[in-house]
Design a protein around this ligand. Structure first.
Ligand SMILES: Nc1ncnc2c1ncn2[C@@H]1O[C@H](COP(=O)(O)OP(=O)(O)OP(=O)(O)O)[C@@H](O)[C@H]1O
Ligand SMILES: [Mg+2]
Length: 321
């Protein structure tokens, strides 16, 4: 069988702090095949973004370091790559879209120029005005010839996010990492951007890593879901299966705290307690102090990630009782 597009094995990430190295990702394994969409879900601070940034080694080092594990993109070992090889991965294989489009666009340049610069960097043979217009059209921007001459502030948040997606697509990535791409947008625009991602993924055949704290948006888009808590994956399953019958108590709690329509940009607050800070993870099951079905032995030993069905794993020995 050919290599998956992305294979992360037992990844451990640490940050240097005043008190020493703090582990923020602790033994995470994820796989994405060509054309597949994986949603990475979990509350704020559980390690989703740092995991995603490590795929193209975008975490500044120091303060970050890869303390263990393996990251392979299209069969190539990212951890061992030179900066030149990393540039080829960033340009040609993996592209990112982040939460705040306004913060990532340069306010003093027209958006068309910014897309053309992205083309110049990744596909110089195609850095033309025609290609800029084609990309703007691809992401659903009306009157693209005119909009290309706009400055970012002349566009709404939703249109700015479309421009960011166009810039990410300029390199024809095989994996698009979308880190909370709709969190900063209002609810109707969120739905439109998610529709766009779904449409693009189908038309371009690219794989997507969709990061979100809202399980409510993964159903239509993701093939599989991985749920993170306190630096670990606690459950992974095909999306339909996970949404129908979540196994881990944390996943169940997340399902019950899906933001309602109209309040979708709210941070999750419904699960009592907070995610423990890195370095302060409780012993045994890290979710035990907040778990509604905790048992006396849950704090004693760390539960392994159990394979409970083909393609489904859960880090709770009591998922089935
Ligand atoms: N540059 C940094 N220096 C030190 N610690 C960091 C740094 N960046 C992230 N962290 C820590 O790593 C942990 C994981 O952060 P990360 O941004 O991956 O969380 P997240 O799951 O993406 O959360 P959110 O939903 O808020 O985006 C957090 O505890 C965070 O404080
Ligand atoms: Mg994040």
């Amino acid at each position: 069988m050919s290599d998956p597009l992305l294979a992360i094995r037992d990844l451990c990430l640490e940050f240097r702090t005043a008190g020493g190295w703090a582990r923020v990702v602790d033994g995470v394994s994820l796989t994405i095949r060509e054309g597949e969409t994986l949603a990475l879900v979990g509350e704020s601070g559980c390690g989703k973004s740092v995991t995603a940034l490590s795929i193209a080694r975008l975490l500044p080092s120091p303060p970050a370091r890869i303390a263990g594990g393996e990251i392979r993109v299209a069969g190539r070992d990212v951890v061992a790559m030179s900066s030149r090889e990393l540039r080829s991965i960033r340009g040609g294989v993996v592209s990112y879209v982040f939460q705040e489009p306004g913060a990532s666009l340069n306010p003093v340049f027209r958006v068309g120029r910014q897309i053309r610069e992205s083309l110049q960097l990744h596909r110089p043979d195609r850095a033309t005005d025609d290609e800029v217009v084609r990309l703007l059209k691809l992401v659903g921007i009306p009157a693209p010839e005119i909009r290309a001459r706009d400055y970012p502030h002349q566009l709404s948040g939703g249109m700015q996010q479309r421009v960011m997606i166009a810039m990410a697509l300029a390199s024809e990535p095989r994996l698009l990492v979308a880190d909370e791409p709709t969190t900063a947008l209002d609810v109707t625009i969120q739905a439109q951007i998610l529709d766009l991602l779904r449409d693009l993924r189908k038309r371009l055949g690219m794989a997507v890593l969709l990061i979100t704290h809202n399980l409510g948006i993964v159903g239509d888009l993701a093939d599989r879901v991985a749920v993170m808590y306190a630096g670990q994956v606690v459950e992974e399953a095909p999306a339909a299966e996970l949404l129908r019958s979540p196994r881990h108590p944390y996943t169940r709690a997340l399902m019950q705290s899906v933001p309602e329509l109209g309040h979708a940009s709210e941070r999750l607050r419904a699960i009592p307690g907070t995610v423990p800070a890195p370095g302060r993870w409780p012993s045994g099951c890290r979710f035990a102090p907040r778990c509604p079905v905790v048992r006396p032995d849950c704090s004693q030993s760390s539960p392994p990630l159990l394979e409970v069905a083909a393609g489904s794993r859960v880090r709770c020995p009591y998922w089935n009782v």
